[in-house]
Ligand binder design. Structure first.
Ligand code: SF4
Ligand code: SF4
Ligand code: SF4
Length: 268
């Protein structure tokens, strides 16, 4: 299990560095952020210990830029929440058991939660729910927050924690089915310049899906561009390339003489 976890060691190193840089902000966002939609209202946040107050604007610019270039790679390489989900999912007992149709249907849950987040942000003006503010160090303040916060804050936080915890049963439950950030990135990543994509050599053997921690395949919903599955593909049908390649260079040879299947028809 550990061998598989560290097989793509470059990705693990990037994830660990990123955990050091933005991990604290991520955990403040879950356990201390008073806003209905965390990570966005940081400029006006009263929780002065949260590193997001100085990080949020540049982080969102960098995340947006990374999505346009590398698709959902932020999820696979940078997001500390994704790393935590992966660690929780190492021992999931319901691996590769969900029917593909069920899994693809549940994946639309991300867009439902995203719609809810957009409602709170734009129409309800991202309400700030009452939590204790000046409470000392992080762990003490988390305890006090759960004791005294608005019930609605507690329900929201318990919902997120329960969904993360469900990763112990169904791998990557939060990231695959509910995370609104993942949903927004997935929509934007339709326009990305590069990514791991399937080509016409794909024989539908599903080896990549069995290797994938999100139980998907390149070019399909929930692919986070980690590249972990590339070596498992015997026909060498997984390529790192631009989905725009066939249009930029109509002479591109995709091996079988057919139009590439490296499209995103199964994407949304
Ligand atoms: S789906 Fe959400 S929590 Fe998971 S890696 Fe992406 S942004 Fe992070
Ligand atoms: S392992 Fe390769 S051939 Fe098999 S389904 Fe995945 S991309 Fe297609
Ligand atoms: S399909 Fe491959 S590249 Fe995409 S998330 Fe799964 S293992 Fe990573």
């Amino acid at each position: 299990m550990l061998k598989t976890f560290f097989s793509n060691w470059k990705r693990r190193i990037v994830q660990i560095v990123s955990l050091g840089l933005i991990g604290e902000w991520s955990f403040y966002g879950i356990f201390r952020c008073p806003f209905a939609v965390p990570y966005i209202g940081c400029g006006n946040c009263p929780v002065i210990q949260c590193p997001g107050r100085s990080l949020w604007l540049w982080s969102w610019i960098l995340i947006g830029g990374s999505v346009l270039v590398f698709g959902r790679a932020f999820c696979g390489w940078i997001c500390p929440g994704g790393l935590v989900s992966e660690i929780l999912s190492m021992g999931s007992f319901f691996k590769n058991k969900l029917k593909q149709r069920v899994s693809a249907g549940l994946a639309y849950g991300k867009y439902f939660v995203l719609t809810l987040a957009l409602y709170f942000f734009f129409l309800a003006q991202n309400p700030r729910w009452a939590i204790p503010i000046r409470t000392g160090d992080f762990f003490k303040s988390v305890g006090l927050t759960f004791e005294h916060a608005d019930p609605i804050w507690i329900y929201k936080t318990l919902f997120v924690l329960a969904a993360l915890g469900l990763g112990l049963a169904v791998p990557m439950f939060w990231c695959r089915f509910l995370c609104p950030t993942g949903g927004a990135i997935e929509i934007l990543s339709r326009f990305s310049l590069f990514g791991f994509l399937k080509n016409a050599r794909c024989s539908d053997c599903d080896q990549c899906r069995r290797r994938c921690h999100l139980e998907t395949r390149p070019s399909e919903i929930n692919c986070v561009q980690c590249g972990d599955c590339k070596e498992t593909c015997k026909p060498n049908a997984i390529e790192w390339k631009s989905p725009l390649a066939p249009w930029l260079n109509p002479d591109t040879n995709f091996g079988s003489g057919q139009a590439p299947s490296a499209d995103r028809t199964h994407f949304l």
